[in-house]
Write a protein that binds this ligand. Sequence first.
Ligand code: 5GP
Length: 213
Amino acid sequence: MRAFPIILSAPSGGGKTTIARQLLRRRSDLGYSVSCTTRTPRQGEVNGTDYHFLTREEFIRRREAGDFAECAEVHGNLYGTLRSEISRILKSGLHVIMDIDVQGARQIRKAFPDTVTVFVLPPSGEVLLDRLRRRKTESPEQLVARLHSALQELRAVEEYEYVVINDELDRAVLSVSAILDAEVVSRERVSGLRNQVEMLISRLEAEIDHQSS
Ligand code: 5GP
């Protein structure tokens, strides 16, 4: 089975980053792709762990150099996934988990058609608004921009293969983990399946011949 990318998308405040972090803690078959962004770090965020924080000039330079597998502008800031991150993680045999927006998900799906896509939904509008307001890291204008992009994100839900409702963190993490477990054994991903089945068929055919002779 080849390692594959898995994308978590959600409207801002949907809790996908927390789900991704929890999954990384619980599973040894996953690696996290640290994105680049031009937004300023929030309190407690560490460069190189949460994001690679770049100036706009540096981001554009790297974009022009073709360093990004996907990139998008999300409420006024640039975000991008480094090709080098994805290939480093996949080469080490780990599935690569990405917490990216719907525009980025579209680009990654094109470049890596075997990507698994999961949309994380908040349980209600009130919970979503509450999570957005509790962030308190932004001006009212930035909050409105986030509300607009949350709308855009919600409208893209049908492009995703799986939907997980984040009403309770532990349950949501278990659901995404179950999706991963199922994908690992999905028919298309099982390597050597044809050979394995052909061997079983020849064994049965030999036995039938033997029994009927
Ligand atoms: P935040 O600034 O709150 O960390 O993230 C804002 C939005 O940008 C979220 O929807 C998040 O999923 C998205 N995002 C984070 N990293 C990337 C990335 O590398 N590419 C894209 N397209 N979106 C990203």
